[in-house]
Every structure is written in C-alpha cells, then in structure tokens.
Ligand binder design. Structure first.
Ligand SMILES: Cc1ncc(COP(=O)(O)O)c(C=O)c1O
Length: 413
C-alpha cells in the first residue's frame, strides 16, 4: 500500500506531468484527464508488486463488476472486442447447447462497430442488417420479423442508448434466439430497473479510452449460467482448464477446448476497479453536462434548429457516452468544413459509431446481401451525424460557453 508520505510525493509527480494546466484556451476532447490520482496510485501499486498479469485483482474486479451490474458471472478480457469475440465463438462451440451452425443468420443494426460484426462473421454466420430508429440510433425493434433462418441477435446499445428492451426480449424469447448485448458504449444505462447487458445470453463491455469507465484497454463479458462461464473462461486462455473448479488434478497443461489468449491484466483491473467506484458520479456529471449543452444551444439567440438531439428510449435511464448531434438537413452541405473547423479549434468530433457500416470497404469484400432502401435511416445518421465527448466532471460555465458558441455557428460555414 502507498503510504501518506509517498502519496504526497506522487501527487507532486503527477502534477508535474499534467500538461492540461499549461493549456491557456479551452478545449473539448472526447475525454479529458481520464484518470484520477487514485486510479494512478492503484496502477502504481500493481507495478510495484511486479505482478502485472491476471491474478487476484482481476478476480476482485470481476466479482465487483458482477455484483454492481446484477449478473451471476463476469469475466475480464483485454478489450470490448475480445468480449464480443468470446461471446460469438461461444455460440458455435461444441460445448454450447443448441449451438449455431455455419450459414445460420444473425440480426445486427446497420449502424454498428467493426468488432460487433466481424467475430460472428468469422464464426461462419451470416449477418442480416436491420435499420435503426432515428430518435435513438439503435436497432429499430419494429422491423424485427419472424424468419426461421435467424438464430441470434447482436444488439448494440449505441452511445448509452438502447432499443425497447421489452420488445427485443419478447422477440428473442418467442423465436428462441441467442442474444448478445454489445454494451461497450452503455455501461451503467438501465432499462426499467435492469442494467443493459443483463438481458441477453451475453453482455459485453469496453474500458477503452473515453468509455464510461476506462483502464486504457480492457473489457468484460457477463453471462447467466455456469456452463457459459466455464466455456468463456476456457476460451479466454488457450482452451486451458487451469483454474476451473473441475480442472485436472493430474495433468497441468490440460487443454479441454479451442481458445484464444484475451486475458485481462491485474494492472488494468486495478485501474478499472478504481474507476468503477466513481461510475455513478461520472454518469451524473455526463448527464448534467449533456442537459446544459442542449439547453444552452436551444436558448441561444441564434438558435434556429441547427441540430436534432437524440433522446433516451422510453423507460431508459441513460449513462451517456458522448453527445451525438444530427445536423439539420438544410445544413448538411456544410458538415465537412464545419467539422474541420471544430477539430482545429479544439472540439474533437467522431462519426456516430462508424456510420452505416455497410459503406465500409471491409464489407465489400464479403458481398453482404442487403437493399439500400432497407437501411435509409442508418444512412441518414451517417450523413447528418457526428458526436462530441461529454466531460466526466461538471464542466465550468466558461467551457460550456466555449463549446456552444462554436456549435451554434454552423450556418456561417
Ligand atoms: C459498440 C462497440 N463495440 C465494441 C467496441 C470495441 O471495444 P474495444 O475498443 O475495447 O475493443 C467498441 C469500441 O469503441 C464499440 O463502440
């Protein structure tokens, strides 16, 4: 443990390396000062112990995460992508009851992330892209139809939002489908009284930079049954039985299944655990900051409906990731120049996820079948949308003014 005297020394050192205090003007990155002194201390303690790899702290993080989220099992991995990878490969594994077969179809929203889609494709499954809802950018549950070839849903909770989980859960149950909830952008959002990620067979989370909590890199996958947990556990580390309750007592290197190496680390687990303690506070600040930005823009003398804001789904208590904005249709032609201006003046922007993913070059290689007319909203969100970060501390009035004065000016470009 770091003593009080050491703490003082380290605080001075951290302060010396903090370049944000030298910045004279306001800026608005996706995430500012993502780590507190406390987070850094917990990381340093692990470094000093010289035991960086997965061990007791990872286990503690998993147990604390499972308890927080309300899931029976949680397994730490090295990224949200790896959490998706394990979930996808679990669905086709010989150990999985009712496992999927090559060519089986799965539903995925057309606004998706690369590693929400590809692990399932790498498993030999075929995507059926479904359009999203213009109000929340998530899978439009009203478009879900009965189709015997569809065996699973990869749902994505975009930027803290969600589809109507009552309807999605009903559809999944009625048609006897597997459900993976990619919750990499929505840790802490609740639909009714349940955290997102806990509705499906598997829920996945990312702790990458600027997500609801960050440990630099890192991820978590949750599941409901011991069978699924043991399967994920084995696949996480080479297909090995080491550490399982029923592992071989006589053979040390016993590989009981296929696998990867996507283990977490005690170093990142210690930082993640420290961040998880602050999650509720950060959710509050992000929500407050979002409301301040939206209100300030809407009450600005120059407000002329330049943007449409996205709304939490009914019954959702959101944990925002960032603030997405849809540019008014009449102003779309200004988007490129305007975003360049924002980025050059310190307001970092990103596309909404990666836009309509079917436009990505990688998809052309795979010749996915779809009709453009079926994914019109996803295209509209790509054309009109961008997002900015939301600070995890309550932001100052100066910063709020800096941002809104920039955003309101889009018409001038
Ligand atoms: C929806 C979604 N899924 C998966 C991922 C992958 O997470 P990671 O970067 O931790 O691999 C991301 C990353 O931003 C994401 O936004």
């Amino acid at each position: 443990m770091i003593s009080k005297k050491d703490t003082k020394f380290l605080e001075k050192l951290i302060d010396k390396f903090d370049d944000s205090k030298n910045k004279k003007t306001y800026h608005f990155p996706l995430l500012e000062k993502g780590f507190t002194n406390e987070d850094i201390f917990r990381g340093i303690e692990v470094l000093l112990s010289r035991k960086l790899t997965m061990s007791e702290i990872t286990k503690k993080f998993e147990n604390t995460f499972a308890k927080f989220i309300g899931s029976k099992y949680a397994l730490m991995v090295n990224s949200g992508s790896s959490a998706n990878l394990l979930s996808a490969f679990a669905l086709i594994n010989p150990k999985k009851k009712g496992r999927l077969k090559p060519g089986d179809k799965f539903i995925i929203p057309a606004i998706c992330w690369s590693t929400s889609l590809w692990p399932l494709v790498q498993c030999g499954l075929q995507p059926k892209f479904v359009d999203v809802n213009i109000n929340n950018y998530c899978l439009d549950e009203k478009l879900l139809k009965r189709d015997k070839k569809i065996k699973a849903v990869m749902n994505i909770h975009i930027l803290g939002n969600s589809p109507n989980m009552d309807m999605l859960s009903h559809y999944v149950k009625k048609n006897n489908l597997f459900l993976i909830e990619d919750t990499c952008e929505a840790l802490g959002s609740k639909f009714r009284s349940k955290y997102l990620g806990t509705f499906g067979d598997f829920g996945t989370y990312s702790f990458y930079y600027s997500h609801q909590i960050t440990s630099g890199e890192g991820g978590m996958v949750i599941c409901k049954t011991k069978e699924d947990y043991d399967l994920l556990y084995t696949m996480r580390s080479h297909g090995w039985d080491r550490g399982l309750n029923n592992s071989s007592k006589t053979k040390k290197f016993n590989f009981i299944n296929s696998g990867f190496n996507v283990r977490g680390m005690d170093l990142t687990a210690a930082i993640g655990l420290s961040q998880l303690k602050r999650l509720k506070k950060m959710i509050k600040s992000r929500s407050k900051n979002r409301n301040s930005i939206v209100n300030k823009l809407k009450n600005h003398t120059e407000w002329d409906n330049q943007y449409t804001f996205f709304n939490p789904n009914k019954n959702l208590k959101p944990s925002w990731f960032g603030l997405p904005l849809l540019i008014n249709k009449d102003l779309i032609f200004k988007k490129e120049k305007f975003l360049k201006y924002l980025n050059n003046s310190g307001v970092e922007t990103r596309p909404i996820l990666s836009g309509n993913f079917l436009n990505q070059q990688g998809c052309k290689l795979y010749n996915f079948k779809y009709k453009k007319s079926d994914i019109k909203i996803s295209q509209e969100i790509e054309d009109r949308g961008f997002f900015i970060g939301l600070p995890t501390n309550d932001m100052s009035l100066g910063k709020l003014n800096f941002l809104t004065e920039k955003l309101i000016k889009i018409k001038d470009f």
